[in-house]
Ligand binder design. Sequence first.
Ligand code: FAD
Length: 387
Amino acid sequence: MSHSAVSQQAATAVSVSVGNERSLRRSVFKHNNSISFNTKSSWSSSLALNQKTTTTIRDARRYTSTTTLCMSVQQASSSKVSVSPIELEDPSDPPLNLYKPKDSYTAKIVSVERVVGPKAPGETCHIVIDHDGNLPYWEGQSYGVIPPGENPKKPGAPHNVRLYSIASTRYGDFFDGKTASLCVRRAVYYDPETGKEDPSKNGVCSNFLCDSKPGDNIQITGPSGKVMLLPENDPNATHIMIATGTGVAPYRGYLRRLFMEDVPNYGFKGLAWLFLGVANTDSLLYDDEFSKYLKDHPDNFRFDKALSREEKNKKGGKMYVQDKIEEYSDEIFKLLDNGAHIYFCGLKGMMPGIQDTLKRVAEERGESWDAKLSQLRKNKQWHVEVY
Ligand code: FAD
């Protein structure tokens, strides 16, 4: 579908065909550059990605005509969205390394959407991948991607695998267990002397992913990772999620599972608290989804943003995620003392500032941070995945 064809369809309801008999029809609207899936559930207007710029809907697998977007979703039985196949809940252990670099899975790109606004520094894309149910994963795991082409360091050999946190739940963005979504920031190289972009040094895999088109093949490995799995033994648990930029990916998966999906035998009654650090308002990721959780689950969800280029911290410096942590440090420390899980995901550079802040706060409280940290690790409350 061409960009202009999509734009012309703004606010036009289109028929949606569904994958199986039990599924019910939904309407899909394209309006104000966002896609929403119109169901009877309270999610009718808010499954949209946060697309602040004009985007193109491109979906090779299911979307076949210029006027019809097809979606396979069961009707929600409650205000949450039904998911299938529920057998994805059955295994007691997460799937691990089902496909390896020498025997990767060929999946297909469903869609690539820019999800940041024009004033965001850099580009971040939400990429939906069709694995047709063959590459199951759990929330918090990562996929490996092998970009096409030759490894410049090993002529004749393929590129090395790059890991990406999965940004959807195990049911995927279409709730049918057949897709996985990634949140990818395009790595662009600027020459430090001229300040100009040098395309020959741009990141290989992130550019491949952000430039890919619906229907393109993509080599996937994994899933991998256990550190960021969402502990589900206690529905009353507290989960404190700290992210910078694309580090929000696993939390988008968690939060859809906790608040959006009707997951059998898992009713979350605890607290999920997201701290997200990005450059500015245009860089916020999945803001529509998160704002809806705030509205619908005010007792169970908290969301604090740190916009480094728009807000100042109390010392007049840039507002980073650690400044927000400091602001709420009393509550955070109490929650940790009561068994809360704390997660960190994003660029490696985020950790030193956060650790320094936590250490200073602990000392101000007369506690030893080193002792506290080793206790948190021992209790499996401390989850870090930075890159
Ligand atoms: P590469 O080709 O590997 O290049 C790396 C960097 O080097 C780029 O910035 C590139 O511009 C620069 N470069 C290239 N050539 C030169 C040169 N000659 N001189 C100087 N610089 C050069 N990323 C995400 O966007 N989203 C995620 O959810 C995500 N999750 C991750 C999860 C895990 C567990 C891990 C380990 C990493 C994750 N990453 C994620 C990072 C991702 O794996 C890649 O590292 C990232 O996309 C860059 O890969 P690339 O192939 O684009 O860049």
